[in-house]
Design a protein around this ligand. Structure first.
Ligand code: C2E
Ligand code: CA
Ligand code: CA
Length: 790
């Protein structure tokens, strides 16, 4: 049981409370017992004191009776009459002995002792006798106590009448051993007689105590016991506690005798003490029983709680199997039932989650996670059986376009149909397709050969060749399929998947339906990967440079525009021309970032030139990927806004093929860009296959005749014809016509003759860093007429 657990706290509380209750009860009873015992002892003492006084009284009466018998003795009275002293003394002695009197005397009417059994006749005795007779003269007889010869006596007097009083008889018995013994017989009390003389110290005469204890009692007795002190409640002798009472017995001028009645408190309390011990035993037993009960009760509460905590921990660890067995009807039972409901709920949801986690909800095919699991299993089985397995990975062609153009709902339906076709093609066998995500599918062929896999790939490609029709629209789908197998290409599921993916990309790049993995294609793909990261790094490290190439108006010879062309200064490979990385950047989508950089750089340059009075349009090249970006117009607007330059200062060069890749979307983007106020130019015109009718609908301002027609046009009559008709065509459509690739004066002159508007080429200038433009321009202004005319 842990120290801070609920159980230990409940038990501690219970036992603590119980102990406090029992203890306070015990203390209360204990003090009550003590009080009672003392009161009882007090009462006992009072009664015993009365008994003692009565005993003394009885003794006195006995003495008086004896004395009366003596006083009435005829012979005695005669002897008194005849003054026969001898007879008087012997009679006194005989009677005295009979009743145990120590001292018997005859006293005359003059109150003088006339005869005595004792020779001791002190003054004080004489006085006591006189006093006693004085009392008897009034009441007939009298009794008292007195000190005789230093000892306490009971003394009585009766008259001798014949018939008038002729004498007095006095008898005395010592107060000592006999009365003490009598008293001892009557009660459990200790009784002692103490006497104090002139030295004020007490000495013990006779005592029921042992001599030793009697001596201690005498030493402990204070001087006040002579008169004032009546009781001593706590008298301690030999570790025994007594309650004591003091009674005066007899007193003379110097000597006092007292009786001490003492009752042992411990003895009085003894019966109660036994009761108390029983009570203590009861308390202990009660505490033990209560502890056990409270421990059981606490366990009844905390046991289920602990069980629930254990269940919660197991739920946390994903074990939903263990049922909760608590069947109580109380709040804990309630909690347990709530727990049970929660357990079922969680287990239900977990099933749902795992369905979502392993199944593609759109096509109801296994997803990538499940496919990976299945592949792992297939590899394990193949290892055991020493066979192999293959996977196909497929990516649809143009799906992104379809999705972008026709909408996601259409795309979803398309994916479902593709899934259905795949399922149909695979038939009812063990091989089932999976959807890895997007437009990527995979097929697992357990225990299959390379030929099986390639066969299946061909069949699938064939199946996908039939156009798919959705909502009255038909879509031509193609796909690239990568094939990879265990153990030929990889030893585990993850690497096998990535090998298949590499093969799939190779298939798509080469437009070759299905490609089986080989290390060679992996190498190219790795190179591509490193090229992409190099491009990204170049952007960060500002390794791109903006070059510009002037465009000259053929009628005036003035520089009216420049074309922005990007260069890459590679840290190892040096100066890299765009042909070497633009196609790759277009493939990977990196071109969007690059275009953004070029546009930004162009805008910055434009602003600088404007400030220096160099007003020229800047042409920027745009790729297919850029045109498909719906955000392009907004991004450009932001750049122009940032650099405070007019849209009219820019012309965007777009190749025909870029437009024809996705005419609908390209058209939308071009409309927006044109509406912003930018010029649009058809680059490399003459190399594509776009219909003039379509071009006519585009918001274009310029046609740029491809340099392949221009370069050698002065020697090639066909090229001249093409260039001439293109110029005419452009003009007929109301467009400006530009020729690029002008390398010599003849071509320049020819173009001028043919009515071409502008020329661009090495003959005028090779592309140069934007910063060199100002210098070049001033050179051009002074020399251009000579250059043109040669
Ligand atoms: P392009 O748009 O047709 O650009 C004209 C190309 O012809 C430039 O090559 C230019 O240097 C070259 N050229 C100009 N005059 C002559 C000449 O008299 N004779 C010959 N033989 N060539 C001439 P560059 O700069 O190597 O660019 C090649 C291509 O790379 C460009 O063809 C363009 O398609 C692309 N490119 C260059 N910069 C960018 C850019 O910033 N963005 C995009 N998207 N593409 C760019
Ligand atoms: Ca261009
Ligand atoms: Ca061109």
């Amino acid at each position: 049981m842990r120290l801070h657990s609920l159980e230990s706290r409940v038990v501690t509380l219970f036992i603590g409370l119980l102990l406090i209750l029992q203890l306070s009860g015990f203390i209360a009873i204990d003090s009550a017992i003590d009080r009672n015992a003392r009161t009882a002892a007090e009462e006992d003492l009072r009664i015993n004191e009365k008994i003692f006084v009565r005993l003394l009284d009885q003794n006195a009466q006995k003495l008086i009776q004896g004395s009366i018998v003596l006083a009435k003795d005829y012979a005695f009275r005669e002897a008194i009459g005849t003054h026969d002293t001898e007879t008087i003394v012997s009679t006194l002695s005989n009677h005295g002995k009979r009743i145990g009197a120590d001292l018997t005397m005859l006293v005359g009417l003059d109150r003088q002792i006339s005869a005595s059994t004792s020779t001791v006749l002190t003054n004080s005795l004489q006085e006591s006798v006189a006093n006693l007779i004085r009392m008897a003269e009034r009441s007939g007889s009298a009794a008292t106590t007195a000190i005789v010869d230093g000892k306490p006596y009971q003394m009585v007097v009766v008259p001798v009448e014949a018939p008038v009083t002729i004498s007095w008889v006095v008898m005395a018995i010592p107060i000592g051993k006999n009365i003490v013994n009598d008293m001892r017989d009557l009660s459990m009390m200790q009784i002692s007689l103490l006497t104090s003389g002139t030295d004020q110290k007490w000495t013990s005469n006779v005592s029921t105590l042992s001599d030793d204890q009697a001596l201690k009692l005498a030493q402990l007795m204070p001087a006040e016991a002579k008169n004032k002190l009546k009781s001593i409640p706590n008298l301690e002798i030999d570790d025994d506690l007594y309650n004591a009472r003091i009674l005066p017995i007899a007193k003379s001028d110097q000597i006092t005798t007292i009786a001490i009645l003492q009752l042992s408190v411990s003895q009085a309390v003894a019966p109660y003490k036994k009761l108390q011990r029983n009570l203590l035993i009861l308390t202990v037993i009660g505490t033990i029983i209560a502890s056990i009960i409270s421990a059981i009760t606490a366990r009844r509460i905390t046991g289920p709680v602990r069980q629930l905590a254990e269940t919660a921990r197991r739920l946390g660890a994903g074990d939903y199997s263990a049922p909760i067995t608590i069947n109580q009807k109380d709040e804990i039972g309630d909690l347990a039932r709530a727990f049970s409901t929660m357990r079922e709920g969680i287990s239900q949801r977990e099933k749902e989650i795992s369905r979502l986690a392993y199944w593609d909800t759109l096509t109801n095919l296994p997803n990538r996670a499940l496919f990976t699991d299945m592949l792992e299993q297939a590899i394990t089985t193949a290892k055991l059986r020493h066979t192999g397995c293959f996977i196909l990975m497929m990516d649809l062609d143009r799906f992104k376009h379809v999705n972008d153009v026709m909408g996601h709902r259409f795309g979803d339906v398309l994916l479902k149909q593709v899934a259905a076709r795949l399922t149909a093609e695979l038939g009812a066998g063990a091989t089932k397709p999976a959807r890895l995500g997007g437009d990527e599918f995979a097929i697992l062929l357990p225990s299959a050969t390379r030929e099986d896999a390639q066969d299946l790939a061909t069949r699938i490609l064939l199946a996908l060749e039939k156009p798919i029709s959705i909502e009255d629209q038909t879509v031509d789908l193609g796909a690239g399929i990568g094939i990879a197998g265990f153990p030929e290409h990889a030893a585990d599921a993850v690497s096998l998947l990535s090998r298949a993916e590499v093969a799939m990309y190779a298939a798509k790049q080469s437009n070759n339906g299905a490609v089986t993995y080989s290390p060679a294609i992996d190498k190219t793909s790795q190179q591509s990967l490193s090229l992409l990261s190099e491009l990204r790094a170049a952007l960060e490290q500002q390794a791109f440079r903006l070059y510009v190439q002037p465009k000259v108006a053929l009628d005036t010879g003035k520089v009216v525009a420049v074309e922005a062309l990007v260069r890459w200064v590679h840290p190892e490979r040096g100066f890299i021309f765009p042909d070497q990385f633009i196609p790759f950047a277009e493939q990977t989508g990196f071109i969007r970032q690059l275009t953004h950089w070029v546009m930004n750089e162009a805008a910055r340059t434009c602003r600088e030139w404007d400030a220096n009075d160099m007003h020229m349009k800047i042409s920027v090249n745009i790729s297919t990927r850029d045109l498909l970006d719906q955000e392009l117009p907004t991004k450009f607007a932001q750049i122009l806004e940032e650099h405070q330059v007019a849209p009219a200062s820019f012309c965007l060069e777009i190749t025909e093929s870029a437009i024809m890749d996705d005419p609908v979307r390209a058209h939308q983007t071009l409309d927006k860009l044109h509406a912003m106020g930018m010029d649009l130019s058809i680059d490399d015109f003459g190399t594509g296959y776009s219909s003039l009718a379509y071009l006519k609908r585009l918001p274009v301002d310029e046609l740029k005749i491809d340099k392949s027609f221009v370069l050698k046009m002065e020697k090639d009559i066909d090229d001249t014809k093409i260039v001439k008709s293109t110029i005419d065509l452009g003009h007929n459509m109301g467009l400006r016509v530009v020729a690029e690739g002008v390398e010599n004066a003849e071509v320049m002159a020819l173009l001028k003759d043919l009515g071409c508007d502008q020329a661009q080429g090495y003959f005028i200038s090779k592309p140069m860093p934007a910063a060199n433009m100002a210098q070049w321009l001033s050179d051009w202004k002074t020399h251009h007429s000579e250059i043109i005319t040669g």
